[in-house]
Structures are given as C-alpha cells and as structure tokens.
Ligand binder design. Structure first.
Ligand code: SF4
Length: 171
C-alpha cells in the first residue's frame, strides 16, 4: 500500500499548538508507524490553524453553538477565550487542509484528538471549563464531508490497518 496520509503537524513534533508546544505521541500509541510513514515520504503534514493565519502561540479557542459539522452549516463559530471570533481563520485553515489532502490523494487523516480544528470525536463545549462534548472539529468535519477517513492519534492501530488495506472500509 502506497497510500499517503494527512497528519496534524503537532503530532509530528512541530511546536504549533496554541500554547507553543507539540503534542506527544507515545511509542505505545504507534508513533513508530507514523515515523515510518514519514520516512517513506507518505505523510502530508498540516496545521490548519497556522495555515489559516493564526500565530504561535495564540489564545485558546473553542467551538460555540455546535461542533465542526454545525460550523459548516453556519450554526456554530469559533471564539477565543477573550471572545474574539476566529471562525474565518478556522475555515481558511480547513480549506487548506482539504486542498492538500486532495492534491496529494491521501487515503486517510490522522488528526489531533479534541482540537477545535482537528478533533474527530469530541471537542470542548465552548465554556472554556474543560468540558468535552461529542462532535468534531472544523477541519475534521470538512475532510469527512469530502469522504476522507479521519482517525486520531489514539486510533493509530486502526489507521495503520486502514492504510495497509489500501484505504478500504473494514469488512
Ligand atoms: Fe495541532 Fe491541529 Fe491544533 Fe494545528 S490545529 S496545533 S495541527 S491540533
């Protein structure tokens, strides 16, 4: 299988998170597979928030009014803790991620869990009190709308199996 994957830059050691740090992926989580994919030139790296024009570090932001799917329906927005609306930057960043994914023909994405951009299964609820709700981030939702399978760094085994099957759905 020669398929490529789109990967959140912060999962590859890039210090691009809002707090200026990278995210840790343990060897037990499958970091070795990601590294191997990188060595084979099969990783397309993106940080949607930086691509959308936001700086590092930047104020933390959360989805308000719904998740990333609601965002694309125009029902939710992204605001910083200080109340600044950063929806436009999040939308731009997601569009960059999708454009990269399509240009490189990725078969799947491995995106950082719980991020308002990258989260695939849960996001913070907009209260800035650390409460999670089921839902996805702005980029994850756009990629899924385009038919791209999204995994998190907590699902690297499943992602690896999916890619090794050539991007086919499980049987
Ligand atoms: Fe990581 Fe995604 Fe946040 Fe960028 S936008 S720091 S890639 S979780």
């Amino acid at each position: 299988a020669e398929g490529r994957i789109l990967v959140s830059a912060c999962l590859l050691g890039k210090e691009v998170r809002y707090d200026g740090r990278a995210s840790r992926v343990g060897e037990d989580q499958g970091r070795r597979w990601l590294r191997q994919m990188q060595e084979e030139g099969r990783v397309v790296m993106v940080c949607p928030e930086v691509s959308g024009g936001l700086g590092v570090p930047r104020p933390p932001a959360e989805l308000v009014g719904g998740d990333g799917e609601a965002f694309w329906r125009g029902e939710a927005r992204v605001v910083t803790r200080d109340g600044e609306d950063v929806s436009a930057a999040f939308a731009r960043g997601a569009e960059v991620a999708l454009e990269l994914a399509q240009r490189h023909g990725v078969c799947a994405a491995v995106l950082k869990a719980r991020s308002p951009s990258c989260g695939g299964a849960a996001v913070y609820d907009g209260s800035f009190e650390g409460r999670l709700v089921a839902g996805q981030g702005v980029s994850a939702a756009l990629l899924r709308r385009a038919g791209i399978q999204v995994f998190s760094e907590e699902e690297l085994d499943a992602a690896r199996r999916f890619v090794e099957r050539g991007g086919a759905a499980p049987r």
